[in-house]
Design a protein around this ligand. Structure first.
Ligand SMILES: Nc1ncnc2c1ncn2[C@@H]1O[C@H](COP(=O)(O)OP(=O)(O)OP(=O)(O)O)[C@@H](O)[C@H]1O
Length: 258
């Protein structure tokens, strides 16, 4: 959980992007501190993934600013934002196919220094790396067969493995897109373990999730999007009883009515 006066790691200021006539992010501002999990929720199509794409640099905003650990990264390409400490997982896990689990995990190591991958191949860092993987695998709830093909893993394990890989890069901020989708109750617990592990390392987490039990359980703070606009911000308890949020989920108006 967030410590008092925790350092701010991510700040979005007035982020805006338009696709044709659709404003998918409309002057959205928020911040995330070290050791904090901020939930990002909203109905389907509200603009949640778009916002993650703007923060990670996959999309360039029309206007607004993104600050990572105090540095303006608005114009920095996504691969450089990753090296600067911005981690990301996707709704559908992205791995190198026809490669082993080990190779896929190594791809995530030490993006910051850019030498971890090569050092690992040279055997200098193996012990440290394998200890860390082992610890993370325990949190993730499965034993690893290093050399099996990544495609041999069921979807639920690949989802958790993607979080493990992101954590191996030692990010400052981790953007997690729907980690619970398709997971059973036990797998959900392991996903939660991994998020709590991230927090224990001081990582600031942005969590997109439709599984409300997980969101209400782990988030320190939640922001809510609807039609690209931030409509509410507060603790899980405040959000659960916020009339605008209830209206957004239950009585979805069309753009034309707004
Ligand atoms: N590259 C794009 N080109 C055109 N429209 C896009 C693009 N990316 C997103 N959109 C549109 O922006 C809106 C927000 O989409 P987004 O995927 O961010 O929503 P979401 O809140 O993540 O939805 P879900 O919960 O269903 O994943 C949608 O109307 C979507 O069709």
């Amino acid at each position: 959980m967030k410590a008092k006066n925790a350092q701010e790691l991510l700040r979005a200021e007035e982020l805006t992007i338009t696709f044709g006539g659709l404003t998918a992010a409309d002057h959205v501002s928020f911040h995330v501190a070290s050791g904090e999990i901020m939930g990002l929720i909203g109905p389907n199509g509200a603009g949640k993934t778009t916002l993650l794409n703007l923060i990670s640099g996959i999309y360039q905003c029309d206007s607004g600013k993104v600050y990572l650990d105090g540095r303006d990264v608005t114009k920095v390409p996504s691969h450089n934002r990753a090296r600067m400490g911005l981690g990301r997982t996707f709704q559908t896990p992205r791995f190198l196919h026809r490669s082993s689990i080990r190779d896929n995990l190594m791809l995530g190591t030490d993006l910051g220094s850019q030498i971890g991958f090569f050092k690992s191949f040279m055997g200098k860092q193996n012990l440290e790396f394998e200890q860390e993987v082992e610890e993370l695998m325990e949190y993730a709830g499965f034993a690893i067969d290093w050399h099996s093909d990544i495609n041999a893993l069921p979807f639920g394990q690949r989802k958790r493995l993607e979080i493990v890989r992101s954590l191996l890069a030692h990010p400052k901020v981790l953007l997690v897109d729907e980690p619970a989708a398709g997971l059973n109750t036990k797998e959900l617990q392991y996903a939660e373990n991994l998020l709590r592990y991230a927090v224990s390392k001081g990582i600031g987490v942005v969590l997109i999730e439709h599984q409300m039990d997980l969101v209400m359980n782990v988030c320190d703070r939640i922001i809510v999007l609807n039609f690209g606009k931030l409509i509410a911000e507060g603790t899980p308890k405040e959000i659960a009883s916020n009339p605008a949020v209830i209206e957004a989920y239950l009585g979805r108006k069309s753009h034309a009515q707004n």
